[in-house]
Design a binder for this molecule. Structure first.
Ligand code: SF4
Ligand code: SF4
Length: 293
């Protein structure tokens, strides 16, 4: 019928128009928060919305990538607060397609020899094309792609070359913007940067050292062996600390377990023998055929 298509189209528009208000009423005042906000901006959302940027912002997915940043230890890290993960190996600068990374390797003041940390690190974000190669190739997980896309400025000549200070962000920030990837990487590395494990180990070592100190013979003491009570206390402290880190270590081991379980068990010797047997059988058939001709 003439005009039916127009009526159908208007019906679809009207449905979306009404659904906009249905969805708004359903989500209530929480529509700009957390999962409700993500749902509203996602593909399952009903209705039509205009994102009122900058008051409203679309939630970016975890794999979203903008300009790179450098990972450093958190300020409360027990061993090396604020320490760079970057070793200034230069791989990222080499693989960067538009060559927009500059690195100056640090030098040990005492020996004059190079040390594995960058003295200066620059990325020209006007040239960076957000490809993520630097993050992919970094062997130390030290450079990551950021989610911060609000980099507009009035004077790009002075602000768009990011220096080391501007590029450096703590590991906790990376965990916030990419929790799944950060956890996977942490498991793959064996969790060496895990602050809880380091803290517990330090606590255990301190307790053991204290117990050993208490047990050490004083000058003039005739006793030369550690009293069994103090040795027991040290051992108990260490066992307690090991128990405290056990859940974290188990979580890491559990994450590794499916991979290990899935890995096929290959019996190299049996496979080799089978190949040899097949080859000999084929040769025997070939000779038999030749003799028969
Ligand atoms: S590849 Fe990683 S460790 Fe090497 S210089 Fe680049 S950021 Fe630093
Ligand atoms: S994201 Fe790509 S273009 Fe940008 S610095 Fe890294 S490698 Fe270079």
């Amino acid at each position: 019928m003439y005009g039916l298509g127009i009526l159908k189209g208007l019906g679809v528009t009207l449905k979306h128009f009404v659904n906009t208000y249905v969805e708004d009423i359903r989500l209530g005042s929480g529509k700009f928060l957390g999962t409700a906000f993500e749902h509203r901006q996602g593909v399952d959302s009903r209705g039509l919305y205009t994102v009122e940027y900058p008051d409203e912002k679309i939630a970016v997915p975890e794999r979203f990538r903008f300009v790179p940043f450098l990972v450093v230890e958190d300020d409360d890290h027990p061993d090396r607060p604020g320490h760079d993960w970057c070793t200034s190996c230069g791989i990222c600068a080499k693989v960067c397609p538009p060559q927009c990374i500059w690195i100056v390797r640090g030098t040990d003041a005492a020996t004059g020899r190079p040390k594995p940390e960058p003295e200066a690190f620059y990325i020209d974000i006007d040239i960076c094309m957000n490809c993520g190669f630097c993050a992919e190739f970094c062997p130390f997980d030290a450079i990551k792609m950021d989610h911060d896309y609000e980099l507009a400025t009035y004077d790009r000549t002075t602000t768009n070359i990011h220096d080391k200070e501007k590029l450096s962000k703590p590991f906790s920030y990376w965990k916030t913007i990419a929790p799944t990837t950060a956890y996977e990487e942490m498991v793959a590395r064996g969790g060496w940067e895990h602050t809880d494990i380091i803290k517990e180990r330090k606590k255990a070592d301190a307790a053991a050292a204290k117990a050993a100190g208490a047990a050490a013979p004083k000058v003039g003491d005739s006793q030369t062996t550690v009293p069994p009570v103090a040795a027991d206390a040290a051992a108990k402290d260490r066992a307690d600390a090991v128990q405290a880190v056990a859940p974290v270590a188990e979580a890491i081991a559990a994450a590794d377990a499916p991979e290990a379980a899935a890995a096929p068990v290959v019996d190299e010797e049996a496979a080799k023998a089978e190949r040899l047997r097949k080859r000999e059988a084929a040769m025997a058939r070939k000779h038999a055929k030749k003799d028969g001709e």
